[in-house]
Design a protein around this ligand. Structure first.
Ligand code: GLV
Length: 328
C-alpha cells in the first residue's frame, strides 16, 4: 500500500505526478489559503504533509496521529514547534539552496530601489508630478556601487548577496554572523565586524537572519540609533527579526534615511501601518523567492523530501534541529 499524503496548496502538474508515483494523495486545489479546520480534517489519516509554511504545534499533531513527515515548501521553518516535533518524532524538512539566488536578486532590487528612489519616482511620474519646477537635487539618491554594505546573517543567501555586492557593485562588504566565514572572507574580500561596528559603518544594512527565539527583535531602537542617518535598512528575511515599532520611529525621526522591506511583523501588512505612507520606504508582499523557476524548484524539492520521508528514506533537507531523529 502506498503511503498517504496531503498537499495543502496547488502545485505544478509535474510535481503532482512525481508524488503520485509514490503516494496516494489528496490536494487542496484552490488558490486561496486552506482554512485551518479543513486542513485539520485532511491530516487526520495521512503519513505526510506538503505545506507552505505549515504551523506545526502540539495541538496540530494531536489531530494527525499518523503523521510522520512535514515537508515545508519554504526555507524558513519558524512555524515549526521543533521541541514538540522532536518529541513526536516528526521529520520536518525545508527547501534550502534552490531559492538563494532569487532572494539575493530581490535583496538587490530593494537596495537599488531604496537607494535610487525608483519606486518613489515611479509613483511621482505616473501621478503626473514630473515638472520642471523641481530643483535637480530633488531627484538625488545614494550610490550603490562602491558603498559599504553590512550584511547581518551570513548563511546561504547572505553569501549570494555578498557575491553580488563584492563582484558586481564593487562594494565594501561587512558582515556579522554567529560564525566567522574565513573562506568567504578570502574569496570575496568581505570583512567580519561586531554588530555595533557594522551598524555604525554601513551605508546599507541588510537583515538576513532566520527567525528563532534568539533573533526575535534583533534590530530594535538601540540598533537603529547606531546606524548612520544616511543609511538604508533592508529586510528580506522575517518581519519579526525587527522591532517594527522601533523601525517606524527611526524612520519618522530621521535616524535612518529609508528602508526596503519584503517582510513585516504582521503579513499581509495592516492597512493602517505607518510604513505604507512613507515615501522613503519600499514595501513588497513577501516575494523573495517568487519567480516561476524558483517556486517550481521549491515545490519539487519539497516533494522529493516528502516522498523520501514517507517511504522511510532519509530526506535530503531535514531541518538541522531534527536531524537527530536519524542518528543511531
Ligand atoms: C520564504 O520566506 C521562505 O522561507 O522560503
Amino acid at each position: 500500500m502506498k503511503p498517504k499524503v496531503f498537499i495543502a496548496k496547488p502545485i505544478p502538474k509535474e510535481v503532482e505526478e512525481y508524488i503520485a508515483q509514490y503516494c496516494d494523495y489528496r490536494m487542496w486545489e484552490k488558490t486561496e489559503q486552506i482554512p485551518n479546520e479543513v486542513l485539520l480534517e485532511e491530516v487526520a489519516d495521512v503519513d505526510g504533509l506538503l505545506t507552505p509554511k505549515g504551523v506545526i504545534t502540539k495541538k496540530f499533531l494531536e489531530k494527525a496521529p499518523r503523521l510522520k513527515v512535514v515537508s515545508n515548501i519554504a526555507v524558513g521553518y519558524d512555524t515549526f514547534d521543533l521541541e514538540v516535533m522532536k518529541e513526536h518524532r516528526i521529520v520536518g524538512t525545508h527547501t534550502p539552496y534552490v531559492l538563494d539566488e532569487a532572494v539575493a536578486d530581490l535583496a538587490f532590487g530593494l537596495i537599488l530601489d531604496s537607494s535610487r528612489r525608483i519606486s518613489e519616482f515611479n509613483n511621482l511620474v505616473k501621478a503626473g508630478n514630473w515638472d520642471k519646477t523641481k530643483p535637480e537635487t530633488y531627484f538625488y539618491g545614494q550610490d550603490v556601487h562602491h558603498a559599504t554594505i553590512g550584511i547581518i546573517g551570513m548563511g546561504r543567501i547572505g553569501e549570494k548577496i555578498s557575491r553580488r555586492a563584492a563582484l558586481g557593485f564593487e562594494m565594501n562588504v561587512l558582515y556579522h554572523s554567529h560564525t566567522r566565514k574565513p573562506a568567504l572572507e578570502e574569496q570575496y574580500g568581505i570583512e567580519y565586524r561586531e554588530l555595533d561596528s557594522l551598524l555604525e559603518s554601513a551605508d546599507i544594512v541588510v537583515m538576513m537572519l532566520p527567525l528563532t527565539s534568539e533573533t526575535y527583535h534583533y534590530m530594535g531602537a538601540e540598533q537603529f540609533n547606531k546606524m548612520k542617518s544616511s543609511a538604508i535598512f533592508i529586510n528580506c528575511s522575517r518581519g519579526q527579526v525587527v522591532d517594527e515599532t522601533a523601525l517606524i520611529a527611526a524612520l519618522q525621526e530621521g535616524k535612518i534615511r529609508g528602508a526596503g522591506l519584503d517582510v513585516f511583523e504582521v503579513e499581509p501588512i495592516e492597512k493602517d501601518n505607518p510604513l505604507l505612507t512613507m515615501d522613503n520606504v519600499v514595501v513588497l508582499p513577501h516575494i523573495g523567492s517568487a519567480t516561476d523557476r524558483t517556486r517550481f524548484d521549491m515545490a519539487m524539492k519539497a516533494a522529493e523530501n516528502l516522498v523520501a520521508g514517507v517511504t522511510r528514506g532519509v530526506p535530503e533537507n531535514v531541518v538541522p534541529e531534527l536531524r537527530c531523529l536519524f542518528e543511531k
